[in-house]
Design a protein around this ligand. Structure first.
Ligand code: ATP
Length: 513
């Protein structure tokens, strides 16, 4: 199965089993907007809980807030979003399709990287055991030629983006002979800047109404509350403020399912430190966040850091955590050293002093900030794409299984009476009632036990608890584990402890300590 096929199957599977639906589907959907179904919302809540607890429970010096989506319009002038939250866009005149100029170039660069990898594979096959990759990269004429062109384009693109040189960007697209994937032509318009913020009106009548924005990031809600939280919580630097909430961006090139949406959810934490200590904390948060991802067990090779060459106007260091999605390595999280940019600008724009008095140094200063910013939806996609598997079983049957890490699984256990009589459904209901306040549990009595197992595999339920005639005699049940399909006999009084040990969040959080 190619990665493209896998991705298509994943999208279909997510819909078929109630994880993710296109928004307002009966009206043919709304581009780049999605709804989470009955299982999607459970998975999403578990991911949020994992993040929230990893921030606010594991760390004594991080607290949470929940700020409003609407903020005073001056906020976005201060943050720089009104002036500079733009994407460079280019249209193909034949297909009338619109693209981000930088994304067209990044895709071209990724293609060159693939070409290089292909040459290396060829070399490896030809030279077998004596193959030396470093030497091959340094001497093979074809590899050298592609690498030189690739690096030149990369450098020109970075320069053009940094200098906001739109004509320069267009020229590189022409020089690389990039064609529109739809029309196949190179008939491109000029490159223009496009602001990504949605605006709306506040006030009951249009007259005198004010334009306000739907927040494009949750971070500013934290900055404007810095003093409120610091004072009321008696917080001492270094400390952090965490927040989970919706953000909105009028993304032009909305694609790849829930990877790039117009309405999405972020989990952001701003960590306030002494000026001059920010790069030490930046490194620490990079490592901490990578451990959070890796604790899920999707394989360390599937993650990498991508250090930014083009730094945002507010940052003095920035890196992305990238995950290997079916469509390649892409950003799931950003870690940014934002300097004192945001607090300083809010001080300027609001006219209110935003300072911290440091009792240890006796100084008053504007703190520096390290931000960790991750998309909930990209995490959902990460989990689903890592978990989706089609397996051939020993008996020749096939099964589709979502190997979701048990602490994140939407349903923790299914209780299945072997038959619909002899008092077994009643016992199964009693077991469900015993567990339901702590875990999301399903009861299922329809179809053969094999079919019921398959249904639970397909939604990633880690445990199937089967109630049979022996249960009525001695209180024991069969517990089948999803990934190994192994079965053990357990007393029903031990189920709670067993689920907690394997599927409780604690196991994951302990790995982070
Ligand atoms: P990209 O380069 O992919 O547009 P970004 O660098 O603009 O992302 P940030 O502004 O750093 O993203 O936002 C932090 C996180 O929010 C991202 O790492 C991503 O997980 C998430 N995110 C940003 N934009 C979207 C979107 N349109 N849809 C879903 N998640 C998003």
């Amino acid at each position: 199965m190619t990665q493209e096929e896998l991705f298509k199957k994943l999208i279909a599977h997510s819909k078929e089993y109630g994880f993710i639906f296109p928004s307002s589907e009966i009206y043919d959907g709304l581009s780049a907007v999605y709804d989470y179904g009955q299982l999607g919302v459970e998975l999403k809540n578990n991911i949020k809980r994992y993040w929230w607890d990893a921030m606010t429970r594991v760390n004594d010096n991080i607290v949470g807030i929940d700020a409003a989506i609407f903020m005073h319009p001056r906020t976005w002038e201060a943050s720089g979003h009104v002036g500079a939250f733009n994407d460079p866009l280019i249209d193909n005149k034949d297909s009338k399709k619109r693209y981000r100029a930088d994304v067209l170039l990044e895709d071209w660069i990724a293609k060159q990287d693939e070409k290089i990898e292909k040459e290396i594979e060829k070399g490896r096959k030809r030279f077998k055991d004596s193959f030396d990759e470093a030497q091959f990269r340094a001497t093979n004429a074809r590899v050298l030629e592609i690498t030189a062109k690739r690096n030149e384009v990369h450098e020109r693109m970075t320069e053009a983006l940094n200098a906001n040189d739109l004509e320069g960007l267009r020229q590189i697209i022409l020089d690389c002979e990039i064609v529109c994937p739809i029309s196949g032509t190179r008939n491109w318009t000029e490159v223009r800047q496009f602001n990504l913020m949605f605006d709306t009106k506040i006030g009951s009548v249009a007259e005198g109404a004010n334009t306000i924005y739907l927040r494009p990031e949750t971070a500013q809600g934290i900055f404007v509350n810095f003093l409120n939280v610091q004072k009321t919580g008696r917080m001492k630097i270094p400390f952090g403020i965490a927040q989970i909430g919706k953000a909105f961006r009028n993304e032009i090139v909305a694609r790849q399912f829930i990877f790039r949406m117009r309405e999405f959810e972020q989990m952001e934490m701003q960590f306030f430190v002494r000026p001059g200590e920010e790069l030490k904390w930046y490194e620490k948060w990079k490592a901490t966040r990578m451990s959070w991802h890796r604790a899920l067990g999707f394989g360390d090779d599937n993650y990498r850091f991508h250090d930014h060459e083009k730094l945002a106007h507010y940052a003095n260091a920035a890196a992305d955590v990238e995950f290997r999605f079916p469509f390649g390595f892409k950003e799931v999280e950003g870690i940014h050293s934002r300097t004192d940019f945001d607090l300083r600008r809010h001080e300027e724009f609001s006219g209110k002093k935003i300072r911290y008095y440091d009792p240890e140094t006796g100084e008053s200063y504007i703190p520096y900030v390290i931000e960790t910013s991750i998309g909930v939806d990209r995490m959902v996609l990460q989990v689903l794409s890592a978990a989706y598997k089609e397996e051939k079983l020993e008996n020749g049957e096939e099964r589709t299984v979502l190997s979701i890490p048990a602490p994140l699984a939407p349903v923790k256990a299914a209780v299945l009476p072997l038959v619909k009589k002899d008092g077994l459904p009643e016992i199964a209901h009693r077991i469900k009632d015993m567990l339901k306040y702590d875990y999301n549990i399903q009861y299922d009595e329809k179809d053969s036990i094999g079919k019921r197992y398959r249904r639970q595999d397909a939604i990633g339920t880690p445990f199937c608890i089967t109630v049979d005639h022996q249960t009525a005699e001695d209180g024991t049940v069969t517990v089948r584990e999803r990934d190994t399909m192994e079965q053990v006999r357990v007393h029903m009084d031990d189920l709670h402890t067993m689920i907690e040990r394997n599927a409780g969040l604690r196991g994951l959080l302990d790995k982070l300590q």
